[in-house]
Design a binder for this molecule. Structure first.
Ligand code: FAD
Length: 443
């Protein structure tokens, strides 16, 4: 039962994968929880490809069967292509020994997010859609929220023991407390839409994502999200975007597609079904992931470039972790910033482990090694282990990850393998300046 001084034990702001996962986990433990979601579901959201470790989250949240029944396209990994169509090599999640179940999914987010939110309702969470959390204040013994309905403008004020901020890139509390640390080396722009009539890959795993590198620093995703629809997008570092931009996002996307032969071929008969969308400024971290009576989960804390599809899987994982943290805090009756220090450290560590690969991807030396047709099996398997979501892999895997980065270093200085990617300034790779941010430096 909720204490009379509180309207609910906990409030969750935001009903994406992080917010729903946090709310479900709290509800499963018997806490009274209210979740506010600004939009009305179903709603469009980008972020469609999952990692193997998402399966662990599904099991914990009690949605594994529903996700399986939703007939989302199966993802066993990705196929890597260079701009000339060479390689087609697998990033094969079945090679990974450290995950519970390698096969995962590519999802239509409207349906995926709805499944999670329904599950939250089922475990007793009071879910309120079309409700915008407009302010959040903290007193020694409570968190107080102001909420405005987007239907009739009605407002309400309520008190809870603590808040999970899962408002995504909007970052309700990250902005309030000025926590955000930008990632200048990942200042990329994504341009994308949904298409029909995009042929699937041949072979045993037709729905795997083709990840296609351009000859410059850009790359494409082609993600099958249902039988008919494929999500197609290009990501370009900011300077490269400026040099390639046309009069409209549609023209920029079309032109990027046309000047990469393999993508042009795959998109020959494609029909665009939605307006083209543009996203930018999506990579950042936080100087703290929790404080007195608040915790950040998912994109509200940090997000890395979409290249390795980490967003949704990390969002669910961190939502579940945030719920466990508040459950412990209630048992100890200690919601202080100091008591959440371990939570913040854990979030930061995960961010750093993935960040190394993501920043690496935007260098030609990394790409030469990563896309090479026959990389050393053991070493590449250790890389795929992390890319399947197992960021806290065994010591052996982490050692092999180091060997991989040593190969990238050697490629940069001595050309271990034939350089395939352009090195000239116009290729648009971000300039490698050491970051002043301790998180980014891995300190
Ligand atoms: C171009 C691009 C491509 C991507 N591709 C992938 C991919 O292939 N795979 C992948 O895993 N990830 C991908 N991502 C990342 C993915 O979109 C996010 O990481 C993921 O959605 C994070 O989930 P979340 O729950 O933290 O935030 P969100 O999903 O953004 O959910 C936040 C929710 O909070 C609500 N909200 C915001 N403010 C308020 C407020 N004040 N009050 C109440 N509600 C509020 C919003 O309406 C929203 O529903 C991609 C991202 C980008 C930019």
């Amino acid at each position: 039962m909720t204490h009379p001084r509180y309207d609910f034990d906990f409030a969750v702001a935001g009903g994406g994968p992080a917010g729903s996962s946090a709310a479900i986990s709290l509800g499963q433990r018997g806490h009274s929880v209210v979740l506010f979601e600004r939009d009305t579901f179903p709603r469009f959201h980008i972020g469609e490809s999952l990692l193997s470790t998402a399966n662990d989250a599904f099991a914990t949240l009690g949605v594994a069967k529903r996700i399986e029944a939703a007939s989302f396209p199966e993802k066993w990994g990705a196929r890597l292509f260079t701009h000339d169509g060479q390689s087609g090599r697998y990033v094969d999640f079945t090679d990974v020994r450290e995950v519970t179940r390698p096969q995962t999914y590519q999802v239509c987010r409207q349906e995926f997010d709805r499944i999670l939110m329904e599950r939250a309702r089922e475990v007793g969470v009071n879910v309120r859609e079309a409700c915008n959390v407009t302010a959040c204040e903290f007193t020694p013994d409570a968190a107080a929220l102001d909420v405005a309905s987007r239907v009739d403008g009605a407002t309400c004020h309520l008190r809870v023991r603590a808040v999970i901020d899962a408002t995504g890139r909007g970052g309700l509390l990250a902005r309030k407390f000025n926590l955000r640390t930008e990632e200048p080396r990942l200042a990329n722009i994504a341009i994308f839409s949904h298409y029909t009539n995009v042929p699937r890959l041949g072979g045993a795993r037709p729905d795997d994502i083709p990840l296609i590198a351009r000859s410059d620093a850009g790359w494409f995703w082609l993600i099958p999200i249902s039988k008919e629809f494929t999500s197609v997008g290009v990501v370009l570092p900011k300077d490269l975007y400026r040099s390639l931009a046309k009069d409209s996002p549609e023209e920029t996307l079309n032109s990027a597609i046309c000047d990469t032969a393999i993508v042009a071929e795959l998109m020959r008969e494609a029909r665009r079904e939605w307006p083209v969308r543009v996203e930018k400024d999506f990579s950042y971290s936080a100087s703290a992931y929790a404080g007195h009576r608040w915790i950040l989960a998912g994109d509200a804390g940090s997000f890395l470039d979409p290249v390795f599809s980490t967003g949704v899987s990390i969002a669910m994982e961190s939502g579940i972790e945030a719920a466990a943290e508040l459950h412990r805090a209630l048992a100890r009756n200690d919601f202080s910033a100091a008591s959440f220090a371990g939570f913040s450290r854990h979030q930061r560590k995960r961010f750093q482990r993935f960040r190394r690969f993501v920043v690496g991807f935007y260098t030609p030396a990394f790409r030469d090694v990563f896309f090479s047709p026959q990389p050393p099996t053991l070493i590449f398997r250790s890389v795929v282990t992390v890319l399947a979501g197992k960021w806290n892999a065994s010591l052996w895997t982490r050692f092999l990850n180091h060997v991989f980065f040593s190969m990238v270093w050697m490629q940069k200085h001595f050309n271990l393998t034939r350089p395939v990617f352009r090195r000239d300034r116009d290729a648009g790779y971000p300039i490698e300046t050491p970051s002043k941010d301790p998180v980014a430096r891995g300190a």
